[in-house]
Ligand binder design. Structure first.
Ligand code: 13P
Ligand code: SF4
Length: 302
């Protein structure tokens, strides 16, 4: 492990590379990151980071978004097969049907989506800016793709708009049940329950706080409470414990794991840095079209 870390440090200097990682990757991968964050932070950073090469330790839509926003940089994905199933869960025909039914429709696309899906959207959002952005849109009718639960959470905060849902979901967050929450609360009655909005509405209804991974981390750091039950992928526990050694964090279920995020290893980081393999490529026409809703997100989220 030490050798791999040392090799990564040497290669980063040689290639003028930086490592960006999401909170859901393995601890040892988080430890070699130059920057770590949630989807919004990482996509913003991709537009400003000063390096020739970005090694993106996350699932493929994240690396793809970094490349779309920053085409002159090389973006390497340590594991090309690390994909988010939800990124594919929307039907183009339904988008077109709804556009003809509601002439003022805005298609709001969660960043957890393929580049192709983004080209059908008016604006992208992440879990940390979706409410702000949907509120800012002048449109009354919104089609929220692909995540139904995030769409429902946004709708609950903006009742004045007509939000139409799609049936995409994150298997990691939707597998949390009310029974899991009840038993975690029984075991830790003093703990606050912090959840990600990709969870089902009956789970967010039980929460003390709902937010993106970064928002959960910020909330826990600022809170006076000492104990927290965490309703998201267990990778965030590493950062939570690092930042708050005096507080206690419990996963709502013993296993709460995104297997795609966990595919990424130190060996793979060394491999892509050494060989330049797994560079993200996006056809220029597709890149320009998918860049429009991403740039709109960055502008509206300011
Ligand atoms: P955030 O990074 O916006 O919290 O989203 C979580 C997620 O599922 C990323 O794939
Ligand atoms: Fe996709 Fe869910 Fe994994 Fe996030 S946690 S990358 S939404 S499968």
């Amino acid at each position: 492990m030490i050798d791999l870390r040392a090799r990564i440090e040497t290669l980063k200097k040689e290639k003028n590379a930086v490592i960006l990682t999401h909170y859901y990757v393995r601890e040892e991968v988080q430890q070699v990151a130059d920057y770590i964050g949630d989807s919004f932070y990482l996509s913003k950073l991709a537009t400003t980071v000063d390096a020739d090469t970005i090694v993106f330790c996350g699932v493929s839509f994240m690396g793809e978004s970094a490349k779309i926003l920053n085409p002159e940089k090389t973006v390497l994905l340590p594991d090309e097969t690390a994909d988010c199933p939800m990124a594919h869960m929307a039907d183009i025909n339904r988008i077109e049907e709804l556009r003809s039914k509601y002439p003022d429709l805005a298609v709001v696309c969660y960043i957890n989506s393929t580049a192709r899906l983004k080209t059908y959207a008016d604006v992208c959002v992440t879990s940390s800016n979706a409410i702000k952005i949907v509120k800012a849109l002048p449109n009354q009718h919104i089609f929220f793709i692909p995540d139904e639960n995030l769409g429902r959470y946004v709708a609950s905060q903006i009742p004045e708009k007509h939000i139409i849902f799609n049936d995409g979901f994150c298997h990691v967050h939707t597998e949390i049940t009310a029974g899991d929450v009840e038993s975690a609360k029984e075991t830790h009655p003093q703990a606050l329950f912090l959840v990600h909005p990709e969870c089902r509405p009956e789970i967010t209804a039980l929460a003390d706080f709902i937010g993106s991974t970064s928002e959960i981390i910020d909330y826990a750091a600022k809170s006076k409470a000492k104990d927290f039950i965490i309703g998201t992928e267990t990778g965030v526990l590493y950062e939570l414990r690092q930042k708050n050694p005096d507080k206690h964090f419990y996963s709502v279920r013993p296993v709460q794991c995104c297997t795609d995020m966990k595919k990424i290893t130190l060996e793979q980081i060394v491999h892509v840095l050494e060989t330049g393999k797994h560079a993200v490529t996006v056809d220029e026409e597709l890149r320009q079209a998918s860049n429009v809703p991403l740039m709109k997100m960055l502008a509206l989220a300011k």
